[in-house]
Write a protein that binds this ligand. Sequence first.
Ligand code: ATP
Ligand code: MG
Length: 241
Amino acid sequence: MIEFNNVYFSYDKEHTVLDGISFKIEKGESVGLIGANGAGKSSMLKVLLGLLPHDGEISVNGIKVCKQNLAEVRRVLGFVLQNSDNQMFMPTVLDDMMFGLCNYGMSKKDAEARVDEVLEQLDLVSLKNKYNHKISGGEKRMAAIATVLAMQPEVIIMDEPSVSLDPYNRRAVINVINRLEQTKIIASHDLDMIMETCTKVMLLSGGRIVAVGTTDEILRNKKLLEENRMELPFGIAAADR
Ligand SMILES: Nc1ncnc2c1ncn2[C@@H]1O[C@H](COP(=O)(O)OP(=O)(O)OP(=O)(O)O)[C@@H](O)[C@H]1O
Ligand SMILES: [Mg+2]
């Protein structure tokens, strides 16, 4: 479904940010992307989305990620960026959620029904007619997540979905992620959320993948996590006490 083959990327000549990344993600897999601040997680996701250029090869559903194919690739990939402020560009939450659906040819009536369904799932009905510039950071994040879910893309990519969410909304997002059958890639420092939502974990350090394994293999490995500036998830550390 998603394949990276020897992918390199740098913002400037001095620092290599992605340093020869290769991996495959199969259809339906749920993959957690972890690593310290600056490890390259967001850059890797942006390169996959074609928001940043790269050397090497990336394909999505057999389609090469390059300028000519971007529209096709983006139809498959739905994403919530780390800074979701940049993703909301219509006046209201409803307008934003309808925009993509109508753009892909859905009637206004059907689009609004889809929007209502997703907002209900996430207990966000009260946000529907709010102005994007008048909602809180966490509400904006929830609205961005709802917008992507409404599109029902084949692959869902989330960069730090739980940041700035209160416990209730964090739980709502975890529950929704777990109900989705799509392929998922979730980058996060919230290792407890990764523990609950992902079957596989990739650990990035200095622009390289230093470990790949089942969620249990990676997230229960105290030594590996500490060597890479992370700690055991709270849930596991507490159970071991
Ligand atoms: N716009 C930019 N211009 C130049 N360098 C950048 C830019 N964005 C990120 N970097 C650098 O690229 C490296 C990787 O950053 P990236 O944002 O991919 O890390 P990350 O793993 O997502 O970190 P975090 O956990 O803090 O979100 C860092 O060294 C960072 O300083
Ligand atoms: Mg990041």
